[in-house]
Design a protein around this ligand. Structure first.
Ligand SMILES: [Zn+2]
Length: 177
């Protein structure tokens, strides 16, 4: 599978979404630009796109969701805990386009789920006409979340998920003992 990566002005919207007209592409680009602007200061905006998924793949391998366009924004990554914001355009198993925006964070449940996505917003796109609308809605929510806390604990609390067990540095234990 081919994965392309680069800044927004390198994303070939007209190739990825052939049914989109010029104004639709402009709307997609404007919404993506707002996402780029909401990234943490100093972070280089990167987008990924998947030329093999322009046409919906026939087979979903391992239940993986075929994504067409994706951006992952890392907000926190320290000591095994992490938080990221994601937005993508993907295919549903029914062969429809869907735009998904989500906050992803490390799982600290007794059973390891790997990643929790909460909140997670799916905006179905019936066709190219509604694709740019769906992308605008998802981008709008993502920008709002990006303005929120960069602390994964905040988002786990909001979703009622178990928190990371508190870690006491050895030096502190020695002093208190
Ligand atoms: Zn979990």
């Amino acid at each position: 599978m081919t994965v392309m990566c680069g800044p927004l002005d390198g994303v070939p919207m007209e190739v990825l979404f052939r049914g989109l007209d010029a104004s639709g592409r402009q709307r997609m680009l404007r919404a993506a630009t707002r996402v780029d602007a909401a990234r943490p200061t100093g972070q280089v905006p990167q987008w990924q796109w998947f030329p093999d998924h322009i046409k919906r793949p026939d087979i979903h391998i391992d239940g993986a969701i075929p994504e067409i366009l994706l951006s992952e924004i890392s907000l926190y990554d320290e000591g095994g805990d992490w938080l990221e914001a994601t937005i993508d355009v993907e295919w549903t198993p029914a062969g429809r386009l869907n735009v998904c925006a989500a906050m992803g964070m490390a799982c600290w449940c007794p059973e390891d789920h790997g990643t929790h996505y909460a909140p997670s917003l799916n905006v179905p796109a019936g066709g190219m006409t509604s694709l740019c609308e769906a992308f605008e809605v998802a981008a709008h929510h993502l920008v709002g979340w990006l303005r929120g806390s960069p602390n994964p604990a905040h988002w786990r609390a909001r979703a009622n998920l178990p928190q990371r067990p508190s870690f006491v540095p050895p030096a502190v234990q020695e002093r208190s003992g």
